[in-house]
Ligand binder design. Structure first.
Ligand code: ZN
Ligand code: ZN
Length: 242
């Protein structure tokens, strides 16, 4: 076994029981600025190299239920059979943002709360996880109103400051993989919309051909005076839970 004195390491246990065991031996700290009802766990370890010098390491578990947050209220009855169907509907995707560069300790609840405070009501938030159900640093937020969605997309970057970390997170429109191409100049196109233009002037899906045909996309030089939200920039489908 390699002993790492600086940095971090991931440990995947074979059984969930082991996670409970390790957390039981940890000391806890309940006050944290994220204020999401969770606490921090610290484990005392003795380094063999440094003559049994005690070192406190932080153990960061991920509670599976923190991957998803759903606002109170019966949104499912709104014409959809279940949440998955609702979230994948065009109507919902048009109010969904992709959030990247998230801190590993950010819960769906905390993310929803931050977005609510800054941009408006949120109905759903999710943290993307890997096959071990551990967060991978991205997520999505569904706003109640399109107005909040546009405010978030226009902000593009968000600085989150708390006692533990300070991190700039990235907000982009959430890109669906089953929207047809918008076409060019009102001409119908049978291709799938592989690229989403995040410029507030477009906010549409295009296939590679129609992207190039669009006169707004001809110039490769960016206009310095143009606000970032107006710049034509292709987005592809975001990472999502496997
Ligand atoms: Zn096309
Ligand atoms: Zn565009």
């Amino acid at each position: 076994m390699q002993i790492i004195t600086v940095g971090f390491v991931y440990a995947v246990y074979e059984n969930e029981e082991s996670v409970h065991k390790i957390l039981h031996t940890c000391s806890t700290k309940t006050d944290r600025t994220l204020d999401d009802g969770r606490c921090e766990y610290y484990l005392d370890v003795y380094s063999q190299r440094a003559n049994s010098r005690r070192k406190s390491i932080q153990i960061i578990p991920w509670f599976v239920e923190d991957s998803q947050w759903i606002a109170e209220g019966d949104y499912t009855s709104n014409g959809y059979g279940n949440w998955e169907q609702r979230l994948n509907s065009t109507e919902c995707i048009n109010r969904t943002v992709f959030v990247g560069a998230l801190h590993g300790m950010m819960t769906a609840y905390a993310l929803a709360r931050i977005c609510h405070e800054l941009f408006g009501d949120v109905e759903y938030a999710a943290i993307d996880t890997d096959r071990n159900k551990y967060p991978i640093g991205s997520g999505r937020v569904v706003f109640v109103n399109a107005h909040s969605y546009y405010a978030a997309v226009t902000a593009n970057y968000l600085m989150i400051e708390c006692d533990k970390f300070c991190k700039v997170i990235q907000i982009d429109p959430y890109v669906s993989d089953n929207v047809p191409c918008t076409g060019n100049n009102g001409q119908w196109c049978s291709n799938m919309g592989q690229y989403f233009c995040r410029s507030l002037k477009c906010m549409k899906y295009y296939c590679a051909t129609c992207w190039d045909l669009n006169s707004n996309h001809l110039t490769t030089q960016t206009n310095e005076c143009e606000p970032p939200a107006m710049v034509h920039k292709p987005l592809m489908r975001n990472a999502r839970t496997a």
